[in-house]
Design a protein around this ligand. Sequence first.
Ligand code: 5RP
Length: 215
Amino acid sequence: MSKPLLQVALDHLDIPSALKATRALAGEVDVLEIGTILCYAEGARAVGIIRALYPEMTIVADLKAADAGSTVAEIVFSQGCDWMTVICCAPYATMEAALKVARKYGGDIQIELYGEWTFEQAAKWRQLGLTQAIYHRGRDAGLAGQQWGEEDIGKIRRLVDMGFEVSVTGGLYAKDLGIFKKIPVKCFIAGRGLYGAEDPARAARDFKDAINLNW
Ligand code: 5RP
């Protein structure tokens, strides 16, 4: 089983704040995510700016796209992202259209799992050729007290058995990673647990230590 990667979600309100976090973290993480919040605040140019500064890194545009798959994928892949997210409730046609553009650029689409979805839908995503999913405890669900538990582990395992590479996110801190021990997680994605730490680079090393300890 390969070790999970570490991804920082740059959920900043402006590019200077995101760049400050990126300077502290780029040498410590494997993947840079232009978070949904930053995409809303600054648009796709945030992808282009970070791509120009970090040409070798894997970059995600976390659009959580729900429609116009081809158009929005073209906007962010042309700015240089490697992966883009589509929300799980999007129509299959949106997913298919986004995947077509992603492949044109040598990139990939990740299905962001939020709220209600079914394994029947997941089987259809596999049929469409999608291979990446993000298992997400939403920010608001976390604030409402929803904890990680056995139900989550079971669902992640089932997605892995279906052939998905599964990333995990949602209010994660290094101390949480042991919960997912022995599951082949592709990426742990953290925002506030990394850029929000007093020493972000140190927090990233704590995540890496937890990964090395458990995988
Ligand atoms: C919110 C997101 C976040 O980027 C993701 O959940 C990571 O952020 P945090 O670790 O701060 O919860 O996709 O929609």
